[in-house]
Design a protein around this ligand. Sequence first.
Ligand SMILES: *Cc1c(COP(=O)(O)O)cnc(C)c1O
Length: 369
Amino acid sequence: MTVLTGAPLLPTYARFPVTFVDGEGSWLIDEDGKRYLDLIAGIAVVSLGHKHPAPLAAAKEQLDRLWHVSNLYSTLPMEHLAVRLSERFGGAHAFFCNSGTEAVEAALKWARKSTGKTGYVALEGSFHGRTMGALSITGQPGKQKPFLPLVPGVSFTTPDRLADAVNADTAAIILEPIQGEGGVHPLGREVLETARALADEFEAMLIFDEVQTGIGRTGAFYAWQNSGVKPDAITLAKGLANGLPIGALLVSDDSPTGFVPGDHASTFGGNPVSCAAANAVVDTIDDDLLTHVREIGALFQNELPNVRGRGLLLAVELGRPAGPVAHELLAKGLLVGTAGDTALRLTPSLTISHDEAQQAIAILREVLA
Ligand SMILES: *Cc1c(COP(=O)(O)O)cnc(C)c1O
């Protein structure tokens, strides 16, 4: 694949041949004025839809007030966001950064610091990010191989063989409650319960990577709340600020604080504009919106064949390469992602209307028939 726009960008992406210039709600508009129904939402990022008034107003107000002071000082949007995320968690402390992979890096360092141990247990097929630490616990050999050697001490296992991988050297067990990028594979409650029990037995930290599943995506505010299995820490990013860069590590108040001043840092972390937008996002994701997420998720599951996932983190298994189908859907004005090689990934904004979901289902049925 070549870079299609001709702009001098390193070729790390095989981009679709379209350039977007505007968006509103679940719709995107390209250079020629063509409208597309957006079932990707920036890969589960634009959680309330494009130009949602609440984060838009909050970010604009903060842009006019204060952009950056560094973490040498406090700012109100960051403090308020920590309080909100902690309340939703049931008591937690936050570290803010700028992306999912950075949140995972923070989690990896925190687990070593908290336990004095070095080992990590992660799952085959997982995805935790692209920086060296996060890549080290990403269970996809193809993504790792060109960049070896990575961080040592990582054991990959399968959900049913967790017990064979965890031992006294394990600092952390790291899981996505629903594997997202790897194909949208939900972990069963028993697997999460086993992970919790093993972490307790071996005094390891249980970390859920909720970069994709968090902030309402699965129909609960945090995906761990679906199972009731409470982790020691979670990572957040994608949907938190409706498209502005942000990431967070949340450490449960029941677990060690781990870090002391100087252990970890992020120049841009807790940016006031991103945090202001995030506060508006968190306030908008109330019980009504979470019910809506579950209802629209059920609609997709009922109206389309071979759908898996939870809430609005869904995959449609095709049994054939998904890439060409995504291109065909693009031509028909529908944006979808892919998950693994043979599935479409649907991560619409949480605010997608019943009508819009029906329109998307009609196009999907036509193309998949
Ligand atoms: C997207 C994702 C990441 C990486 O986030 P970036 O912001 O791209 O660094 C990490 N973990 C999970 C579960 C993700 O879905």
